[in-house]
Design a protein around this ligand. Structure first.
Ligand code: ZN
Length: 163
């Protein structure tokens, strides 16, 4: 028997990031908790990037999806601490990003150490899996991504920056 919370979580799989339509809010790992009360349903989310206008759109989509399924009193709270990191992205989410042609974020602890790896972060090309890639610009199609180019297959690609 599915609990209300599980039902809501599976509905949230339908809510995607407007900037990355392949990823749901579950894939992103931004849903912190679901509190299914008798009168009210509370969804607690942690914004990905504080500057991302996508969060307003995401909140609205969450309300709409839940309303369609009969959850009328939905409260969306944000939890800012601890801050979201790309480590919270699910493995399924990372696979979807790669399939979409975006290099998924590397685990923070292995290669995103600012001191050691700021200059040379090994980013894998999502097209040919080569690590022979070069940073073109810190800002890709959105502020959350950086633009890279693969020296192996010569294809440019976005890298979802560690955070
Ligand atoms: Zn490549």
């Amino acid at each position: 028997m599915e609990t209300v919370k599980q039902q809501i979580l599976s509905l949230l799989e339908q809510v995607t990031d407007p900037e990355l339509p392949v990823l749901s809010v579950i894939d992103l790992g931004i849903v912190r908790d679901v509190i299914a009360g008798e009168k009210e349903t509370e969804i607690i989310i942690t914004p990905t990037y504080s500057g991302c206008p996508a969060m307003d759109v995401i909140s609205m989509q969450i309300r709409m999806v839940l309303l369609e399924h009969g959850y009328k009193n939905v409260k969306i709270s944000t939890c800012l601490s601890p801050a979201w990191t790309t480590d919270w992205m699910s493995e399924a989410g990372k696979q979807k990003l790669r399939a979409y042609g975006i290099a998924p974020p590397n685990p923070l602890h292995s290669v995103c150490d600012v001191q050691l790896f700021a200059e040379q972060e090994a980013v894998q090309c999502p097209h040919c899996q080569s690590y022979n890639t070069v940073l073109v610009s810190q800002f890709g199609s959105t502020a959350c991504k950086a633009l890279y180019k693969c020296r192996q297959c010569m294809e440019p690609f976005d890298y979802f920056k560690c955070h």
